[in-house]
Write a protein that binds this ligand. Structure first.
Ligand SMILES: *[C@@H]1O[C@H](CO)[C@@H](O)[C@H](O)[C@H]1NC(C)=O
Ligand SMILES: *[C@@H]1O[C@H](CO)[C@@H](O)[C@H](O)[C@H]1NC(C)=O
Ligand SMILES: *[C@@H]1O[C@H](CO)[C@@H](O)[C@H](O)[C@H]1NC(C)=O
Ligand SMILES: *[C@@H]1O[C@H](CO)[C@@H](O)[C@H](O)[C@H]1NC(C)=O
Ligand SMILES: *[C@@H]1O[C@H](CO)[C@@H](O)[C@H](O)[C@H]1NC(C)=O
Ligand SMILES: *[C@@H]1O[C@H](CO)[C@@H](O)[C@H](O)[C@H]1NC(C)=O
Length: 334
């Protein structure tokens, strides 16, 4: 595998430059995710986003995930010099919802099935309306930056409430995020609404005629694969309204790889990535040796030195190296 070979040559270069390579004889186990975690493969067959994902999962690990600018540069490089075009990456907008209490680590589901939308809402043609408020017992989605009153919930219980004493109507206008911070500092969180009883109890505390934030917010663009990286590289003004739920990287002179949303059913080239764990076995030959190489502290010192050298070279990332230990056997032999 190309990444394996290049890493191996890096490792042996690192080793010989430490002098260790000539000094000892043994087998090192190099395991890790390293740059192979984001080793990108350009596929020049136009497919829909879903087909592309299926292809990548079959032949590689998944559609490409991009964690930082360095990854982005390597993704562009993987398309080949002179390539101009649009490629799918593994970022999409599922149009799903998430409760604040769940994000706050309170046991329960991310997405209680209970909903009490006002007729015609949520209006999916308005992508920017991402946060939910209740008014007269029914829900509507608003811009999260709008200032509304809100309800706080004070209980770390993951069961639906049975008394309105757990709800506090805060008659101050705040954005959804400020309301969340307020509730998290002064109470438990913005409320989850888990069944009709809770919905009624919340409505009991909200002033009639007013819309009050509850803890539901749209979960927008996410990585298909890990869902953790917050790195984004959108082209100016993107993502636009609901013009598409799947992201592409536009590799040309103006966009320079920046991302644009597209309809998932369009067909584009795409980028897969491999993140298979790789193991390397390296034999090291000792020409002369004065120290007892089997001394655990000497062995640890050797590893640390190799590790530092590799980091210094900046070529390998997230690599963990360790000795392969066999019971009752010394690692080093004359
Ligand atoms: C959704 O909002 C758009 C724009 O405000 C409007 O044209 C459309 O009629 C709404 N759809 C529904 C189902 O309310
Ligand atoms: C919130 O709940 C905690 C723990 O049950 C309690 O100590 C506190 O007094 C409650 N706060 C309010 C404002 O009711
Ligand atoms: C909320 O505030 C408004 C004005 O800011 C006031 O008219 C109303 O009575 C208040 N409601 C409650 C329940 O305190
Ligand atoms: C908590 O409540 C106090 C007053 O009730 C308020 O001054 C403070 O800003 C609140 N905390 C947050 C994070 O909003
Ligand atoms: C909501 O859940 C509570 C607590 O589990 C329960 O007592 C109540 O009957 C439920 N309400 C409905 C309408 O299911
Ligand atoms: C790059 O692609 C974008 C999106 O397709 C397009 O608007 C732009 O004109 C392209 N730029 C060049 C130099 O081709």
């Amino acid at each position: 595998m190309a990444s394996g070979t290049s890493k191996l040559s890096c490792v042996s270069k690192c080793l010989s430059s430490t002098g260790i390579g000539r000094a000892i004889l043994s087998t090192l186990l190099l395991s890790g995710l390293c740059s192979c975690l984001h080793h990108y493969y350009f596929i020049d067959q136009p497919m829909t986003w879903g087909e592309a994902r299926g292809y990548c999962r079959k032949k590689y690990t998944d559609l490409a995930t991009v964690d930082n600018m360095e990854d982005m540069e390597r993704l562009i490089a993987a398309a080949g010099s002179g390539y101009e075009g649009t490629v799918w990456i593994g970022l999409h907008d599922k149009f799903s919802w998430r409760w604040s209490m769940f994000e706050n680590g309170i046991p329960g589901e991310n997405n209680w099935g209970f909903r009490r939308w006002k007729k015609g809402e949520p209006n999916t043609s308005r992508i920017k309306q991402l946060c939910v408020a209740v008014q007269e017992g029914v829900w509507d989605d608003y811009l999260c930056t709008q200032a509304l009153s809100f309800v706080c919930y004070n209980n770390t219980n993951n069961l639906p409430a049975t008394s309105s004493e757990e709800y506090f109507f805060i008659n101050e206008s705040k954005t959804w995020y400020s309301a969340q911070a307020y509730c998290r500092q002064n109470y438990t969180d913005l409320p989850s609404v888990r069944n009709l009883t809770e919905n009624g109890l919340i409505q009991d505390v909200v002033q009639s005629g007013q819309a009050a934030w509850i803890g539901l917010r749209r979960n927008t663009w996410q990585w298909w694969l890990h869902g953790t990286s917050s790195f984004r590289y959108w082209a100016d003004g993107h993502p636009l309204g609901r013009t598409g739920n799947c992201a592409t990287s536009v590799i040309n002179a103006t966009h320079l790889g920046k991302w644009v949303e597209n309809h998932c059913t369009e067909r584009f080239h795409f980028m897969c990535q491999n993140n298979k764990k790789q193991l390397f076995h390296i034999k090291l030959r000792a020409l002369t040796s004065t120290a007892n190489l089997n001394d655990p502290s000497v062995m640890e010192a050797i590893l640390n030195q190799i590790d530092a050298k590799m980091k210094e070279k900046g070529i390998v990332r997230d690599v963990r190296i360790s000795w392969i230990k066999k019971p009752d056997k010394d690692i080093f032999h004359k």
